[in-house]
Every structure is written in structure tokens, then in C-alpha cells.
Design a protein around this ligand. Structure first.
Ligand SMILES: *Cc1c(COP(=O)(O)O)cnc(C)c1O
Length: 411
């Protein structure tokens, strides 16, 4: 019963001085005072920039790097990212607005997702962005908007591949899927696109998310490229874009290690070289969300209470699952596992104890760490949850139990 949770690999991206974490060069308690209240999310812009630089140096220079906004759509962060990357992928008209407001050029924005509404498709055509078609149903409204507005409807085809991404946290391609169009139906889809007069530009494939096995991702990228090469035989015009997806993961749980970029660099270099011959006009794109921003973010809460119940220590914090669903284990996890967490103002404390950290919500689901060993925390101390830069604030049911919305800062 009272077993201790297994340990995480240490989180080293944020410096520690005098036992206190620094975010964007600011000591955590000072940052909390600056923000003015807890809980909050803090994203470190230098860490985001560094991550993009590291990726660029590991991957071929001609490869285009896109940011998938749904991982973290905070406008200031998207604006910061816009200066670092080659394009942005949006999954709704709301995200499209954020990308355009951030100054991303329409030619560098693509729009994927099932169930795009007719109005969203019309907005996309009016904006001049690339729509990744996921269904035959999207063709008539796209054609109608292009005609009405007198501008081309730029489209790519999202393919549901005939293989799955091995060991992905979330599989989004292969077998029966709501995403994309089955590879077998692509020739027919391409004919319908040509007949409707849409401006076809290429292919998009995204087979899954949160994968930590570089070999499996490299294999999926290779298979995706091979499949697109086959499908391109039916394309009405030379390809301008080949978007191979991504799915690069970050370590969240005990035993997980950072992704090894070397095999990905090797695989992508050979793909980019082959594409230069077979599709000389095409840009090769990967689109990443979590990998670009996840490790640069912290969720910071204050300890409200310290309780002991039948021998077990509970730290009750002012943050919870309503603001960080993923850390509570209720966002796609099968078995609840702890995110890395610490007392951010007691990083060097000698006295450690196993604690369970719970949020303020009146539900047994509101657990953010279970029997984790950390410094002894007292009311007023700041609990940090690492790896919180992606799928945090906007992927959580913030209205649940009526607490105020979480603050987000880019530091
Ligand atoms: C969610 C999503 C992404 C981003 O996935 P990450 O795992 O955050 O990198 C990229 N492309 C598409 C089509 C998506 O749906």
C-alpha cells in the first residue's frame, strides 16, 4: 500500500540556485510574486529557442519545421515560435486566428482536423492557407468558397496510411481512423479534387503522437514517404509539399528517456535527398507540437494545506486537474503515473518524504502526484510540475468546479 513511486530521470532544463528553480532567469518565488497569483503556467522562451536550434542542427537543413499550435496556443508563445520555425499547423478557425495574428504568412499555415465546418473551410480559403483535406465531404464547400471569393482553394490530402506508428502514445493513423482518407481511396479523391478545380499542392500524413522510440518514428517517416511516392503517381500536378507528420515524444514518466535525434536525422536526410530528385518542387515538412514546447513549461501551484491521513502525507495545492488534466492522468493515460514534480523553492532540501499531492477539487481524480519522494513541503511553498508546456491549460476542463482560469506567462 505505502510503496514509493519509482523515480524520474532528473529534470535539468531549469537552472537551480540556492535551492530555488529559475525560469527565464527569474527565481521561482519572485516570478510567482510578479505573476501575482497561483496557480500559473510559465514557459521559458530561451528553452523554446534552444530546442528549435538543437532540432535544426540534428536534422537536414532543407527540412521545413512546422509548429502544431494545438500543443500550446498561447498567443505570445505562438508569436515567439513564428520567428523560429517555417510554418504553423492549425486545427480550427480559432487557431487560425492566433496564427494570423502572430504574423505567420498564410502560405506557411496548414489546417488539419476531422469535422472542419463549412464556415471554417470558407475562412481558410479566404485566408489563403493550405487545407489538408480529410474527407470527400470537404470538397464541395471548398470549391464553393473559392468560386464565391474568386481565390484558389489550396489543398493537400491527408492520408490515413496503411500502417500504424509503433509505440506511439496516441495512434492517429492506420486501420479504421477518423483522420485523413484511407490510402486506397486517394486516387479517387485526387480525381474529385481536380474536377472541383481545387489547387492541389501535396500530401500530409500524421501517424501518431508522443513516441519516444526514434527507430519506430524513423521507420514511420520512411514508410510515409514511400506511400506518398506511390500516391503521387495519381497527382494532377507536381507536388509542392510533403508533410510527414512527426509525433516526437518527451519523457514524462519514470524510466523514460529523451528521444535520440540521431536516427531521425539519418532517416530524414535520406528522405530529403530522395525527394530533391523525385519531387524537385516539393518542400519536405515535419510538424511538431509537444516536442517543441513541452519541456519548456512548468505548472506552478502553492501548497494550501499539509494533511496526514492514516499515516499518509497529503499536500493540498491550489492547482489541480481542472488546469492540468494530463498530470492527473486523465488525459489519455491508461494507468495513472506521476509527472515529474518537485518543491520548486526547496530543490536542495536534505529532508525528503513520500507525499501525495492533490488539488482543491472535490473528486478523487484530482491527484497530481502519488507517493512521490520530494523535499518536505509546507503551506506557502511552490509545487512545480515539469514537462507542462504542451497540452496543459487548453487541454484541461478549466470550468470544472468553478475556479478562475489559469494564468500563463512567457518568461
Ligand atoms: C496533434 C497533432 C500534431 C502535434 O502532435 P504532437 O504530438 O504534439 O507533436 C501534429 N499534427 C497533427 C495533424 C496533429 O493532429
Amino acid at each position: 500500500m505505502n510503496s514509493i513511486a519509482p523515480l524520474h530521470t532528473p529534470m535539468k532544463q531549469f537552472p537551480v540556485s540556492n535551492g530555488e528553480l529559475f525560469v527565464g532567469g527569474i527565481p521561482l518565488r519572485q516570478l510567482a510574486a510578479r505573476v501575482g497569483r497561483t496557480p500559473f503556467y510559465a514557459y521559458d522562451r530561451a528553452l523554446v529557442s534552444r530546442r528549435v536550434e538543437e532540432l535544426r542542427s540534428a536534422l537536414p537543413t532543407r527540412l521545413k519545421l512546422h509548429y502544431a499550435i494545438k500543443a500550446n496556443p498561447m498567443p505570445a508563445l505562438v508569436a515567439h515560435m513564428a520567428a523560429l520555425i517555417d510554418g504553423v499547423d492549425v486545427a480550427s478557425a480559432g487557431e487560425l486566428k492566433i496564427a494570423l495574428d502572430a504574423g505567420v504568412a498564410p502560405r506557411d499555415i496548414s489546417f488539419a482536423g476531422p469535422g472542419k465546418s463549412d464556415n471554417e473551410l470558407r475562412q481558410a480559403v479566404a485566408a489563403g492557407i493550405l487545407v489538408n483535406i480529410e474527407s470527400f465531404r470537404e470538397i464541395p464547400p471548398l470549391a464553393a468558397s473559392a468560386k464565391e471569393l474568386g481565390v484558389p482553394a489550396r489543398v493537400a490530402v491527408r492520408v490515413n496510411p496503411d500502417f500504424e506508428l509503433k509505440s506511439a502514445g496516441m495512434k492517429m493513423g492506420g486501420g479504421p481512423k477518423p483522420f485523413g482518407v484511407d490510402a486506397a481511396k486517394i486516387p479517387e479523391l485526387l480525381r474529385a479534387i481536380a474536377e472541383a478545380g481545387l489547387a492541389f499542392e501535396g500530401f500530409h500524413l500524421f501517424s501518431g503522437s508522443q513516441n519516444l522510440r526514434a527507430g519506430a518514428i524513423a521507420e514511420a517517416l520512411r514508410k510515409s514517404f514511400t506511400l506518398i511516392t506511390e500516391l503521387a503517381a495519381d497527382a494532377p500536378v507536381p507536388l509542392k509539399v510533403i508533410n510527414l507528420g512527426g509525433g516526437f515524444g518527451i519523457p514524462y514518466f519514470p524510466g523514460e528517456q529523451s528521444l535520440d535525434l540521431t536516427p531521425l536525422g539519418t532517416a530524414l536526410t535520406s528522405i530529403v535527398e530522395e525527394a530533391a530528385k523525385a519531387f524537385p518542387q516539393a518542400e519536405i515538412v515535419i510538424e511538431l507540437g509537444r516536442y517543441l514546447v513541452g519541456e519548456a513549461g512548468l505548472y506552478v501551484s502553492r501548497i494550501v494545506d499539509r494533511k496526514v491521513s492514516n499515516g499518509e502525507v497529503f499536500l493540498v495545492i491550489d492547482g489541480g486537474l481542472h488546469q492540468h488534466l494530463a498530470a492527473s492522468g486523465n488525459f489519455g493515460q491508461v494507468l495513472r503515473k506521476n509527472f515529474p514534480a518537485a518543491i520548486g523553492n526547496r530543490m536542495h532540501a536534505l529532508k525528503a518524504e513520500a507525499v501525495t499531492i492533490v488539488g482543491p477539487l472535490c473528486t478523487p481524480l484530482d491527484v497530481l502526484a502519488e507517493r512521490m519522494v520530494m523535499a518536505r513541503g509546507e503551506p506557502g511553498d511552490l509545487v512545480v510540475i515539469f514537462q507542462s508546456g504542451a497540452y496543459g491549460a487548453t487541454a484541461s476542463p478549466q470550468a470544472f468546479l468553478g475556479h478562475p482560469p489559469v494564468v500563463e506567462v512567457l518568461v
